[in-house]
Ligand binder design. Structure first.
Ligand code: SF4
Ligand code: SF4
Length: 669
């Protein structure tokens, strides 16, 4: 299984500016899918803990906020409040794979940051700096995206218990997010000298002062209160605490889940009802903590909600995961109901944030309910990925224009028909809206099981290294932009393997390799954590992240993940050179300087092959022992030859060739 490896900062910068300039896209998200604010349109900005954010939406702490490129993609799609992936003291997690099942409604078994704490910190700072470059660095000249609604808030998420959160490494993480000057300086020094204007930008160093707390499912109330008090009083942060769906109570929750929505196959983990924060405890706790926050001049709020623990009733996740975490459409109804009840109990003042089954159709309603921010995860895992977000904002803008609402508060006041606007009562009106919208939502059949049983269709075709129907679905559904498009020259070559016999290389089995399409898909393994989401939506069988060629970003990563087939293109070598692991065997392919041919090694023999006709020019065996009977896998040779030539082409920019494209662009300037 591969692990996430952050990209070098210069590679990310080059990728952003070159891909944008040449392909009008960034990390494969085309400009036409970005959210570009209308300077003459309504003001979508909201206040979160006293800070302004350009829009009320952002990715939830999860797969969409794990790496720097994810933050960039979120921002391009209109996110302005980024709930960063949860950081915890145990940063050596082993998570079962696949871990995301968005086939129908949304289940997962993933949880906190998979990067080490220091790597996560660096990714968050890098992401913030890249976004700052997009706004101020001249990469997107003369676009409203750089001049309107650019205010972006980074909200930390930490977990999971007091011992971990108050440990020295997590304290240091929080302190460095509050003052990231040292990391900003390190990254600034990594910006290539030819991009001096980007080096000289005034990057923000106070990255975040707020935390959304994630506790273990089942964490008791007094532990939650102690953690929040610690974060408010000792770490001096604004805090939002997550509420759990079972707080609604077994009878009400299961009535909604089974009787109203018809998800009769789902069994809630029964211990979830009794082991964690209870409704009344939550109400009292919020009252006390809001008072503590107020006394310290800090913000406090409640998030609706955590995922719902249900029994693993499918075969998608490894069977040793007894519990899976439910999100998507049913959670939307349950969480909205919980928020409605909680609002009745605590009154209109307490800040509520929301994340549960948000999509284009219900987003404006969530704004009308007064939630700030509204964060999204499951919907962005579906086809279109981050590109699904701009239509949320477009729908909100259309609704605001229809109601003549120039800003979000005016929208809240006028969102429901037949009510007179009264500027003094925005929070009261938001609470009224929540009641009405929760009631409508419970009666809306689009959240019911019968409307959410359709699985993505497969065609009777299996993926291979080259060629597929090139539907491109696997590109945007990857939260980390791991899958990429490259181009290849179609070709068909018949060949034989080579067998060492009597000191000679003799022809072995006859085989053929075929590349039929110019557009090809590959996977950048450093960005892939085997979550499985691209397999869910690929119409062909076997998974793009498994079957398509995996390229590692460094020799070290290629060597470390030896159970995974893949390749490493050595950009520092004087001539094109690639290490490969094919069906578990390792190979080296190198373009020979001085004659038109290849050097191909498989650890037992080294063969020099003419480029023009693939005939063997000469060969030798390594070591003193007789190599008789050894078979040289010429399919591996041709695969690597085609891949190396293709990924080094510069007609598409991706993570493997970005350095070459950057050097080429510098030389041609
Ligand atoms: S790998 Fe699958 S999802 Fe990706 S382009 Fe090919 S067919 Fe489409
Ligand atoms: S490439 Fe596929 S499996 Fe890998 S991280 Fe992306 S979506 Fe998940």
């Amino acid at each position: 299984m591969a692990e996430l490896v952050p990209a070098s900062f210069p590679d990310l910068i080059h990728r952003i500016r070159l891909e944008n300039a040449r392909e009008q896209a960034i990390f494969h998200l085309p400009q036409r899918k970005w959210w570009v604010p209308d300077p003459a349109g309504p003001d979508l900005s909201v206040s979160f803990h006293g800070h302004r954010a350009g829009t009320p939406v952002g990715p939830a702490a999860g797969p969409h906020t794990q790496m720097a490129q994810n933050l960039v993609l979120s921002w391009l799609a209109g996110s302005r409040i980024m709930e960063l992936k949860t950081v915890q003291i145990n940063d050596r997690l082993k998570i079962g794979r696949p871990c995301i099942d968005a086939t129908t409604i949304g289940y997962n078994i993933e949880w906190s940051q998979e990067l080490r704490i220091a790597e996560a910190l660096r990714e968050y700072v890098a992401g913030a700096m890249l976004i700052h470059m997009l706004i101020h660095g001249g990469i997107l000249p003369n676009s409203p995206i750089t001049s309107h609604a650019t205010e972006t808030i980074f909200d930390m998420s930490v977990g999971y218990d007091l011992a971990g959160i108050s440990s020295a490494p997590i304290r240091a993480f929080i302190e460095q997010m509050k003052d990231a000057a040292a990391i900003v300086q390190q990254l600034r020094a990594e910006i290539p000298p030819e991009l001096k204007a980007l080096r000289d930008l005034d990057y923000p160093t106070r990255l975040s002062n707020s935390i959304t707390l994630s506790t273990f499912h089942g964490c008791p109330a007094d532990e939650i209160e102690k953690i929040c008090t610690f974060l408010l009083c000792e770490m001096d942060c604004d805090v939002v605490v997550k509420m759990n769906p079972p707080m609604l109570g077994k009878e009400r929750l299961e009535h909604l889940l089974h009787d109203v929505m018809g998800y009769t196959e789902l069994r809630v983990n029964q211990s979830a009802y009794t082991s964690g924060l209870q409704f009344d405890e939550g109400v009292q706790l919020c009252g006390r903590l809001a008072a503590v926050a107020k006394s310290r001049g800090r913000g406090f709020g409640a998030k609706f909600s955590n995922t719902l623990e249900v029994e693993n009733h499918r075969t998608f996740f490894p069977p040793d995961n007894r519990i899976q975490y439910l999100s998507g459409q049913p959670l939307h109804v349950i969480t909205l109901t919980l928020a409605e009840e909680f609002r009745k109990a605590v009154g209109p003042d307490l800040l509520f944030t929301f994340s549960a089954g948000v999509d284009r159709q219900n987003f404006a309603n969530m704004v009308a309910c007064g939630f700030r921010p509204i964060s999204v995860c499951t919907d962005l895992l579906r086809p279109g990925g981050y590109g699904r977000l701009p239509p949320y904002l477009a729908t909100l803008v259309a609704d605001m224009k229809r109601l003549g609402a120039a800003h979000v508060d005016a929208f809240v006041l006028n969102a429901r028909p037949g009510r007179a606007a009264d500027a003094s009562g925005v929070i009261v009106r938001a609470a009224e809206n929540l009641r009405a919208i929760a009631d409508e939502t419970r009666r809306d059949a689009r959240y019911y099981a019968a409307s959410n049983r359709k699985e993505p269709k497969r065609i009777e075709s299996h993926l291979d290294t080259f060629d597929c129907i090139t539907c491109d679905k696997c590109l945007p559904v990857c939260p980390n932009a791991a899958n990429f498009l490259y181009t290849s020259e179609p070709e068909r070559v018949a060949f034989t393997d080579l067998v060492v016999a009597g000191g000679e290389l003799k022809p072995g089995a006859s085989r053929e390799i075929r590349v039929e399409r110019e557009a090809q898909i590959a996977n950048f393994a450093d960005f892939c954590n085997d979550c499985g989401n691209c397999d869910t939506f690929c119409p062909e069988y076997d998974g793009p992240f498994i079957k398509k060629p995996n390229f590692f970003g460094s020799f070290g990563a290629w060597r470390a993940f030896e159970e995974r087939d893949g390749f490493f293109v050595d950009a520092d070598a004087p001539s094109p050179r690639m290490h490969g692991r094919v069906r578990g065997r390792t190979f080296l392919l190198e373009r020979e300087m001085g004659w038109d041919g290849w050097r191909f090694e498989d650890g037992r023999v080294c063969v020099f092959i003419r480029a023009a006709d693939h005939a063997v020019e000469r060969w030798f065996a390594f070591g003193p022992s007789d190599a008789s009977g050894h078979v040289v896998d010429m399919h591996a040779y041709h695969t690597m030859r085609i891949l190396l030539g293709s990924v080094l082409r510069t007609d598409r920019v991706h993570q493997v060739n970005v350095n070459n494209v950057a050097i080429g662009s510098i030389l041609s300037d």
